[in-house]
Design a protein around this ligand. Structure first.
Ligand SMILES: [Zn+2]
Length: 557
């Protein structure tokens, strides 16, 4: 094999996230890996090297690691967006926001007018009823858009949807009012709102939404473009059944493995549908052993509860504001433990969706039981979202060798609603308790759950450091973490929680040459992390290949 050329990239500054060498002037890359980090003089000794000055005026950080996202973030653009916040698209343009019910109806009507076939459903996403006071958006409101065309509006959480009367009639949902999650009015008729998976399964429009947002090659390329635009060089597709399908594995391998694809992807198996579990575990172990470094297998995802803003998360005492009923389990505890035990014993890594603290508790008690029978040092099983995890629970997670991936974006997107409408100011101030987790000695990361909120590790770090909400309040001053802690969490922390910290997450000789290319040193904002929003991501480097931000998406859409 011919040795690849050595290329030295001088930079305005290199921030390595490696405490043994925190800053440098330049980075030397050979092939897809870092050869050395140091001063220009030091790197001159690694000759013969070519000097490449493209980053001379840029600040280089380790490529960001998004340890909880979904490839559907690249596919959602085939449905009509009606979210409350503007949102960046794969090509860098912004989708407009819908701030009132009338704006939602207008946006839906605009999309409806473009549909030719009267039977074609109108599929939208991004709605969050919590931003709207007064009457809840229901079938009657959607009937203003059309009484004949079936309409589904997926909520931002993707755990709920609202459908119109035509959709209710299409699937005779009024015959299923006894199903958990089918919301009814005083007269017992469905309102159009469907909460969590059992209720969603009743509407063919949920399946239509799934088909519309199918993750094909174009969607994966768009997902890669979203990552590139924000300097994320490793992202996750955290709940997929594709690892069980040979054709899907081949498709993913060819798209992500292509040298032009701008990210590494860790795809986690969504386990409940992968039966029987022992066969699924064996298949995943085999996939994990495949050569190649940009598409990774070996992770398993389980979902325990719903979402706090949808009141479907499982909460311990004292529960939701106003004595509202507790949330919904998405899997029964026996099946959960059977799955957890099987994949754990196979040496696979498990990330478990826990929004409420009752879900965190079930994660902890199950893990503790399983570890007695099957110790697995370095398992790094992870509570993901970890929104209500209490200090006592964080201490137990530390004892058990687990990690926490915290949903800091929630503080911005729903923080005011949590204070006023879901759990109250006291517990809202303790939500997404990154400082407590760090005080307990846990390895943490911070995430967007894209497409639930937009992918942008720099902004995610900013939310954890500021805990500022749209109304201007600081939600829990003592749970803010330092800018350094937040940036570490979205680089090395994410890498740790993916069991990939030997390869990515910091800039060290021998690791992958994965960079975030910025116009400003984010540490200049250490005393005012709010200003992280001013940092421009110029692009990324993945495995030694340069990817400028904001370019069209070749083969995307
Ligand atoms: Zn998720």
């Amino acid at each position: 094999m011919v040795a690849a050329d050595l290329v030295v990239y001088p930079a305005r500054l290199v921030r390595t996230m490696d405490p043994a060498r925190p800053t440098a002037q330049a980075i030397a890359v050979r092939g897809d890996r870092i050869r050395a980090v140091g001063s220009l003089d030091e790197l001159a000794s690694y000759s013969p090297a070519r000097i490449d000055r493209r980053y001379e005026d840029s600040v280089l950080l380790p490529g960001f690691v998004e340890a909880h996202s979904h490839a559907s973030a690249g596919a959602m653009w085939r449905a009509t967006y009606v979210g409350y916040f503007p949102r960046p698209q794969p090509d860098g343009r912004q989708s407009a926001a819908c701030r009132t019910v009338d704006e939602i109806v207008a946006e839906l009507a605009r999309a409806e007018a473009t549909l030719r076939d009267p039977a074609e459903p109108l599929i939208a996403w991004g709605l969050d009823p919590l931003y709207f006071t007064g009457a809840r958006l229901d079938a009657q409101v959607l009937d203003r858009v059309s009484r004949t065309r079936p309409i589904i509006v997926m909520h931002a959480s993707l755990h709920m949807a609202t459908v119109n009367s035509a959709a209710i009639a299409l699937d005779r949902i009024n015959q299923h009012t006894g199903t958990a999650g089918v919301i009814t009015d005083a007269a017992g008729r469905p309102t159009g709102e469907l909460q969590e998976l059992r209720a969603l399964a009743l509407t063919s429009l949920y399946r239509a939404f799934g088909q519309r947002t199918t993750i094909d090659a174009g969607a994966i390329r768009s997902f890669g473009a979203l990552a590139r635009n924000v300097g994320a060089t490793t992202v996750t597709d955290l709940a997929s059944v594709d690892p069980m399908d040979d054709a899907a594995v081949a498709m993913w391998t060819s798209v992500v493995g292509d040298p032009s694809f701008p990210a590494r992807i860790h795809q986690f198996l969504y386990a409940p549908y992968a039966r029987p579990f022992p066969e699924a575990a064996a298949r995943l172990v085999a996939l994990r052993a495949r050569p190649g470094t940009k598409l990774r297998y070996g992770g398993v995802k389980l979902i325990l509860d719903g979402s706090i803003q949808g009141f479907t998360a499982r909460l311990q005492e004292p529960g939701y504001l106003g004595g509202r009923a507790n949330g919904i389990w998405n899997i029964d505890p026996q099946t959960y433990e059977e799955a957890f035990r099987t994949f754990h014993e196979a040496g696979l890594q498990i990330h478990v969706h826990c929004n409420g603290d009752e879900a965190s508790e079930l994660f902890i008690t199950t893990l503790a039981r399983v570890l007695v029978d099957a110790p697995q040092p370095g398992h790094r099983h992870t509570v993901t979202h970890s929104q209500m995890t209490t200090p006592a629970q964080y201490r137990r997670l530390a004892e058990l060798g687990a990690g926490a991936n915290i949903f800091s974006n929630h503080l911005w997107y729903w923080g005011d609603q949590h204070a006023e409408r879901t759990v109250g100011i006291d517990r809202a101030s303790r939500m997404d308790a990154a400082a407590t987790a760090l005080r307990c000695g846990l390895e943490i990361s911070l995430h967007s759950d894209a497409p639930v909120t937009p992918l942008s590790p720099l902004l995610t770090a900013m939310y954890a450091a500021t805990r500022r909400t749209p109304s201007g309040r600081v939600l829990g001053e003592t749970e803010r973490i330092s800018l350094d802690g937040a940036l570490r969490a979205v680089t090395l922390g994410g890498a740790y929680l993916l069991r990939a910290d030997a390869e990515i997450g910091s800039l060290e000789a021998g690791k992958m040459a994965d960079l975030a290319v910025l116009d400003t040193d984010p540490y200049e904002m250490a005393t005012d992390p709010e200003r992280l929003a001013e940092v421009t991501v110029r692009g990324s480097m993945v495995g030694g290949v340069d990817f400028p931000a904001g370019q069209p998406v070749p083969g995307g859409w």
